[in-house]
Design a protein around this ligand. Structure first.
Ligand code: ZN
Length: 408
């Protein structure tokens, strides 16, 4: 079956059987002109920065720090038309927060995209457990729930998940589970007898070791979703071929740029993912630097779609990395290595310094001990490794997965 996301893009763009990279490019360029006229008249941030005849690649970038500085400068609708405001901690060292605004129509488009994406993995009459976010109105979880209702799926958001045991009980009878990679892996290694039909992992970085681990143990299909609050949560999801993410082209333009030059990356080259919104009413964003690294897959998908897909995405590194004299280690590398061991349920990593010497401390929840030599060989020179064993239930301390640094 061709990716339902492709079909949804074909419907939304009106390109139907004629949807390929060229026709899509043309359609998006026309939409961009309308967007530029819209922001010139409505957005304080963009009104003087953009010109409606300017091609996309000549427009200036927007950085997350621009939103942090003055989120209201991006607001393009009257404040009383805002249906939801999401406040996000800014990645980096500042304590400032980003505010993201949505109109009712913006949320509606996300629900429609989710409904298309989810229909790849769950169908009418089946059930799903949404193990991300909370029940708050218009949160990621509730938009997902609404989208599942629309395709006839009984979807539950169990509410505050304080332990893996609670999540496992909720998951027992579900056909589809939606959650964060480290949390679902923990559930899977703790309750290998569960048999969901499909699992959807949502995060800005999904270790391959987690995908493989869940697939093998639960004998189910594992899908990946890439999203971003700034773009209404949903951006891309893979199809049953699992060879890259199908993109939300009816609402978003995706570019990969060379981070050094800011120019479009060469064909096949990986670079920073830059996204422009085409339909957002409340907070249009032009050439937004996501800070995530990825690359396009241009070969047609075996599902039948000819549109470029997105390859593996690497999330933000700033807070997740230990660098010593040019050699570095990230939480992603640790996840890839440690989660691949079938006897590991979970682990936390933290970093501290003693007399300027870095000490990486791992707290590992596993049924066997690890070979510490393999771990130690990954570490940047001069770093000491400390390993303790014990419970490391990811549900007890939720939030972005990272190497923890001690507070000031
Ligand atoms: Zn496909």
């Amino acid at each position: 079956m061709i990716s339902p996301v492709h079909t949804w893009v074909a419907e939304r763009t009106g390109l139907r059987d004629d949807l390929n990279e060229q026709t899509l490019k043309h359609w998006q360029a026309e939409k961009l002109k309308t967007l530029l006229l819209y922001v010139k008249n409505t957005s304080r941030f963009y009104s003087k920065r953009v010109h409606e005849d300017c091609p996309l690649e000549d427009l200036p970038f927007t950085f997350p720090s621009d939103i942090v500085e003055d989120p209201y400068a991006f607001l393009a609708i009257p404040q009383n038309h805002v249906a939801r405001v999401t406040t996000l901690a800014n990645s980096g060292t500042t304590r400032q927060r980003k505010r993201i605004f949505f109109s009712k129509a913006d949320l509606e488009r996300t629900i429609a995209f989710f409904a298309a994406g989810m229909s790849t993995m769950v169908s009418n009459g089946e059930s799903a457990q949404i193990l991300v976010s909370n029940r708050t109105e218009n949160s990621l979880g509730s938009l997902l729930q609404e989208s599942l209702f629309r395709i006839g799926v009984k979807a539950e958001i169990p509410g505050v998940l304080r332990s893996a045991e609670f999540a496992i009980e909720k998951a027992r009878s579900a056909d589809c589970l939606v959650g964060m990679p480290s949390e679902l892996l923990y559930m899977c290694r703790t309750a290998p007898e569960l048999r969901p039909k499909s699992v959807l992992l949502a995060a800005d970085y999904i270790p391959q070791s987690v995908i493989d681990g869940i697939k093998e143990t639960w004998k189910c299909e594992v899908f990946s979703h890439y999203g971003h609050t700034e773009f209404g949560y949903g951006c891309a999801v893979d199809c049953s071929q699992h060879k890259g993410y199908h993109l939300r082209y009816a609402d978003l333009v995706f570019e990969i740029i060379n981070t050094e030059t800011g120019k479009p990356a060469e064909d096949g080259e990986r670079g920073e993912l830059v996204i422009t919104t085409l339909s957002n009413e409340a907070m249009p964003l032009i050439r937004y630097r996501t800070g995530h690294i990825s690359g396009f897959i241009r070969e047609p998908c075996a599902c039948g779609s000819l549109l470029p897909r997105l390859g593996t995405v690497e999330g933000h590194f700033e807070n997740n990395i230990l660098t010593v004299s040019g050699s570095s280690l990230s939480i992603h590398q640790l996840d890839e290595l440690i989660f691949a061991l079938p006897y590991v349920h979970g682990f936390d990593a933290s970093l501290r310094f003693e007399h300027e010497r870095p000490i990486l401390s791992l707290s590992i929840d596993a049924t066997e001990r690890l070979h510490h030599d393999t771990l130690a060989s990954m570490l940047p020179p001069g770093t000491r490794l400390e390993v303790k064993y014990g419970k490391a239930d990811p549900f007890s301390q939720r939030g972005k997965r990272r190497i923890q640094f001690p507070g000031p």
